[in-house]
Ligand binder design. Structure first.
Ligand code: SF4
Length: 487
């Protein structure tokens, strides 16, 4: 996860647009937020733990001057949730200063660390992004584009990047395009048709954020492409590797905003169609269909349509409590659900319910939801999940790296049903997802469902969110890699 947004706004400060853009991506990461700006001569950075509206408030933004900016909200997949690991990263290198916002997760982190000055460099933070920033800042190439051409071919894994140096914002997408990245245009105003004080270019994790920021979507950044945005220039596209898009299918099932588009598909409509497909695959006899709010709602609407049953909202969600899945610890996740969701007794009492959700990760949240509904008087609870069971961990930017935490990796569907306490349980098949999206299998990564990882994951990476930390959470250098915190 993580949200990234970059803006170049000739003749005006870019910080406001970048903050607005990343604010629209808050659902992608809630642990920390930050922004880096350039006035053409030097970079300035501000980052803090917390939500975007708290970090990038109106007291902070006016002091961040310059027509180029990148902003980031974080959801951790490598490194702890501490200030040092907030992004954008920053490094003053030999030939340049750079800041980076990263969405994704690298899988050859140890190898990259060993390349840093023979492994003697101690980094200030413990993220894969910090490592990438150091490699790019210290590269001997004359400019950042040359450094990217040197370094990117050595990097493996998932990375959509917003990069800032003194003169430009660069959007980069890895050759598999695991995470989305979209290019947009800010229109010039009528009194400034040449775009000296208006207009510009943006890059964003999702199309919806471009529209919220007042821009129009131009196109997706292609896998294996970098797009260079500079004041007074049209975007320049450079291909650094052949690309074969295998977008994370979970972006369409769950992560992305329903008003965003990916691979030409609107995400609300895609999810509604997944609900229709699920109703065809796994019907149930019931009185009504209801979603687990909010993200289950489009698929529930599709299920109701497909099964010709009434659709009702049987639970209320506290809008200010954040998403369960992306809270960073099990303790927070467990505490979260009871304050987050409450059943509507008027709707569910005495009813046989079909409850639609988009995924089951650990099963603990689902179990509590079923218990809440039964306590409110539901006579039957039939769970329908609009994605396949998650059997395998993700190493490309989702914090499900510990296989044993995934209930479907160790339990059959019947055992999961028993654990969560439902009367029946069904998952949408991979074929059902594809028919709803009307796209072929090879356009997506489905690895957490079927174990077919597009980029091989070394065993040590596969076990270490904390690969760059020692037992006290301090950064390690190469020589210390043998004594890892979680080995
Ligand atoms: S493993 Fe799963 S969550 Fe990770 S990128 Fe692939 S489909 Fe997405």
């Amino acid at each position: 996860m993580c949200g990234i947004f970059g803006a170049v706004t000739p003749g005006s400060d870019a910080a406001g647009i970048a903050a607005l853009g990343v604010f629209s991506l808050q659902h992608r990461g809630q642990e920390s937020a930050g922004i880096a700006v350039s006035d053409g001569e030097q970079l300035m950075l501000y980052k803090e733990l917390g939500l975007i509206a708290q970090v990038l408030d109106e007291r902070r933004l006016p002091s961040l001057r310059g027509p180029m900016a990148i902003a980031h909200c974080r959801y951790s997949t490598t490194g702890s949730t501490v200030w040092e690991n907030a992004q954008p990263t920053f490094r003053l290198g030999r030939n340049r200063s750079i800041a980076i916002g990263h969405n994704g997760n690298l899988v050859n982190t140890r190898e990259l660390l060993s390349r840093l000055e023979g492994g003697k460099t101690r980094l200030p933070a413990t993220t894969d992004t910090e490592l990438l920033t150091a490699l790019l800042a210290d590269d001997p190439a004359d400019d950042i584009v040359g450094a990217l051409k040197h370094v990117l071919p050595t990097v493996q894994g998932a990375y959509s990047l917003a990069i800032l140096d003194e003169k430009r914002v660069i959007g980069v997408r890895d050759p598999f395009g695991f995470r989305p990245l979209v290019l947009g245009r800010l229109e010039t105003t009528e009194d400034d048709p040449e775009g000296k004080h208006s207009g510009g270019w943006v890059i964003s994790s999702e199309s919806a954020a471009i529209e919220v920021a007042g821009g129009t979507v131009v196109r997706d950044v292609e896998p294996g492409e970098m797009v260079i945005l500079e004041e007074g220039h049209e975007p320049v596209s450079i291909r650094f590797a052949p690309g074969h898009e295998q977008l994370c299918v979970f972006e369409l099932i769950y992560f992305g905003r329903p008003d965003s588009y990916m691979l030409g598909r609107n995400l609300y409509e895609s999810r509604r169609r997944m609900g229709v497909a699920l109703a065809a695959e796994s019907p149930a006899d019931a009185d009504l269909v209801m979603p687990v709010p909010d993200t289950g709602a489009p698929a529930a609407a599709g299920f109701a349509e497909g099964s010709r049953l009434p659709y009702r909202e049987g639970m209320v969600r506290n809008r200010y409590s954040g998403r369960t899945f992306i809270q960073p610890s099990q303790h927070m996740r467990q505490r979260g659900v009871t304050v987050k969701l409450s059943p509507l007794r008027e709707v569910v009492a005495g009813k046989r319910l079909i409850v639609v959700d988009d995924s089951i990760v650990r099963g603990t949240t689902t179990r509590q939801i079923v218990a809440l509904l039964r306590k409110a008087g539901a006579t039957e609870v039939h769970l329908r999940i609009s994605s396949p069971p998650i059997h395998h961990p993700c190493f490309y930017g989702i914090d499900t790296q510990i296989e044993t935490e995934l209930i479907a990796s160790t339990h059959s569907v019947e055992e999961i049903r028993e654990f969560v306490g439902a009367d029946s349980l069904s998952f949408l098949s991979i074929e059902g997802v594809l028919s709803a999206l009307d796209l072929p299998y090879d356009r997506f990564c489905f690895a957490c469902f079927d174990g077919r990882y597009p980029v091989p994951v070394p065993y040590d990476t596969a076990r270490h969110k904390f690969v760059l930390e020692d037992a006290d959470g301090e950064p390690v250098s190469r020589g210390e890699l043998g004594e890892l915190r979680h080995e």
